[in-house]
Design a binder for this molecule. Structure first.
Ligand code: FPP
Length: 234
């Protein structure tokens, strides 16, 4: 099996999973957090270089306040519960998104996770929090415009590589495979720049039920894809 270097996941379907069980939506996110534990471990064991998960989008603030605060509380719990094992597995945590508006406890927890794993050399585990692909592109454009204004950059020198270096994913390969659970056929503002040539795999399975076996199925489907990057088959 050819393991993708970078797998990105839209962890959708937590709410529907909970509803089908007569439980509140937050129970679905809680079960989703447990599913995530197994997927991170599986990616680390398989030798995936980068795993990126969409934990909270710039649009998710529109949800009821108790669900939003519940997701951030889960994030705090996730770090408290998992940090030791992540470190033991040499996993390095990075963040994608603007964490400034997060509640203090959540911001502190994720920064602690980033700092404590900064020297780890195994799986790079990107957690997208308050992330939006368009916001990320606007941020990059602003950074380059500022450099041009300061006189340290000639706009004529802006290339795709230079632009990509301003993104949260600077230095990381683009996702080879984007998995979306929960059946919706869209990217929802996730990795808008980086997904240009990603293979997309959608499964109806709700995120809490997405197991390492299902991850293997997704990778097998990916292995059957013919990636041409705009060229023709050799
Ligand atoms: C989408 O399902 C899921 C989210 C918006 C939150 C994802 C959060 C977790 C998996 C748990 C916490 C994460 C970490 C990193 C600790 P949905 O609510 O849109 O489901 P629905 O489409 O069925 O309503």
């Amino acid at each position: 099996m050819n393991v993708p270097a970078h797998i990105a996941i839209i962890m959708d379907g937590n709410g529907r999973w909970a509803k089908e069980r007569g439980q509140i939506r937050l129970k679905g996110h809680q079960a989703g957090m447990e599913a995530l534990h197994d997927i991170v471990k599986a990616c680390s064991d398989m030798g995936v270089k980068v795993l990126t998960v969409y934990a909270f989008s710039t649009e998710n603030w529109k949800r009821p306040a108790d669900e939003v605060s519940g997701i951030f509380a889960l994030l705090v719990r996730y770090v408290a519960k998992e940090l030791k094992e992540l470190k033991a597995n040499n996993v390095r945590i990075r963040l994608l998104g603007d964490i400034a508006p997060l509640p203090d406890a959540a911001r502190k927890a994720v920064l602690e996770a980033v700092n404590d794993t900064a020297e780890d050399t195994g799986l790079v585990f990107n957690i997208a929090i308050n992330y939006g692909g368009r916001a990320e592109i606007v941020r990059a454009a602003k950074q380059l415009a500022q450099q041009a204004k300061d006189g340290s950059l000639d706009p004529a020198d802006i290339t795709e590589d230079l632009f990509a270096a301003q993104l949260y994913t600077a230095d990381l390969p683009d996702p080879d495979l984007i998995i979306r659970t929960g059946g919706e056929l869209r990217l929802s503002n996730f990795l808008t720049w980086q997904s240009a040539y990603s293979e997309i795999y959608v499964t109806d399975t709700y995120w809490p039920e997405f197991t390492p076996e299902k991850l293997t199925e997704a990778i097998e489907a990916y292995n059957g894809r013919d990636r041409r990057f705009g060229g023709i088959k050799a």
